[in-house]
Ligand binder design. Structure first.
Ligand code: GDP
Ligand code: MG
Length: 302
């Protein structure tokens, strides 16, 4: 008789940019996200990644509202979404970085304290980047302070990059999640469309290239996405609010846009396992971030 008890559930993973959320997911799920056999699903959440093993499945979801700089209609949407997600998942994971706790971390922590229905959902703080030199003697007081201030159910120091203590994190998630049958294929690592992932990759490359110059009001829309055997033709539109921002995104003689396009194309080729022809345009569309309809067309839907 089969004695194994399956677990299944949703884990929201939040934290400011750069704490290592993507690194953690990549290391848990394996570097490559292969999504060739996508089946459309109606799930409650935006799925970031699906961790499968024989005994169960952990679905990591995004919490779009946890960004201090969100504003206008985007902000309202995001605030609603964040509160909703935070109270609708099975575990809330907040990632911070050892030795660099910023005002933005503090802001997120306050949002969590305010928005979590008290005691409702298991709350785990993951302290990442413990591999960094010279932080060890600082770690214990840092953990203690987080523990006292935010009262998580668990606090787990890890290094996502060096795969340190990730077993312990997985162990806590496994035993905390409810019992249930897996709902995704084992091979499936995400439920997002290639179209959506392409837009995300382009946006990510832009973010990397632009750093602090990044206009906050920046979105990527996939205008057309055509797959042929061995080849995908993708046209992406980068939306900015002002022409000054357009100039920044394009760069001197188009150099920045070219670099963004080249690195995004490389990743998309790896992701899709075929050649990609990627064309990017920048368009000024003022007011998009304050326009509910425009937001919906970009995939921000309730
Ligand atoms: P995200 O914005 O939260 O998704 O953060 P990323 O996963 O993109 O990571 C931001 C940066 O931190 C990258 O340069 C990572 O290589 C680095 N990083 C992530 N995890 C670790 C870690 O455990 N140790 C160290 N030293 N660096 C890390
Ligand atoms: Mg990331």
């Amino acid at each position: 008789m089969d004695q194994t008890i399956s677990y299944f559930g949703y884990v929201a993973i939040v934290g400011r940019p750069n704490v290592g959320k993507s690194t953690l997911l990549n290391h848990l799920l394996g570097e490559k996200i292969s999504i060739t056999s996508r089946k459309p699903q109606t799930t409650r959440h935006q799925v970031l990644g699906i961790y499968s093993e024989d005994e169960g499945q952990i679905v990591f979801v995004d919490t779009p509202g946890i960004h201090q700089k969100a504003h206008k209609a985007l902000n309202k949407y995001m605030n609603r979404a964040a509160t909703q997600v935070m109270n609708d998942v099975d575990i809330l994971v907040w990632m911070v970085s050892a030795g660099s706790f910023t005002a933005e971390d503090e802001w997120i922590g306050q949002r969590i304290l305010q928005n979590r229905a008290s005691g409702a959902i298991p709350f785990v703080i993951v302290v990442n980047k413990i591999d960094r030199n010279g932080r060890e003697e600082m770690l214990i007081p840092f953990l203690q302070k987080l523990y006292d201030t935010y009262q998580p159910d668990h606090i787990i120091p890890v290094s996502a990059l060096k795969n340190k203590n990730l077993d312990r994190l997985l162990g806590v998630l496994r035993t905390t999640l409810p019992k249930g049958e897996p709902i995704y294929d084992k091979e499936q690592l995400t439920d997002r469309s290639l179209r959506f992932l392409a837009a995300e990759r382009i946006r990510e490359k832009l973010t990397r290239q632009l750093g602090d110059e990044l206009p906050h009001e920046l979105a990527v829309e996939i205008e057309s996405f055509k797959e042929e055997p061995g080849l995908a033709r993708i046209h992406g539109l980068i939306l900015v609010e002002r022409s000054s921002q357009k100039a920044i995104v394009i760069g001197k003689q188009g150099s920045r846009l070219k670099q963004v396009g080249a690195s995004a194309r490389e990743e998309l080729e790896q992701l899709m396992g075929k050649k990609v022809m990627l064309e990017l345009w920048v368009r000024v569309k003022s007011g998009w971030s304050d326009d509910e309809r425009a937001l919906q067309s970009l995939g921000y839907v309730d």
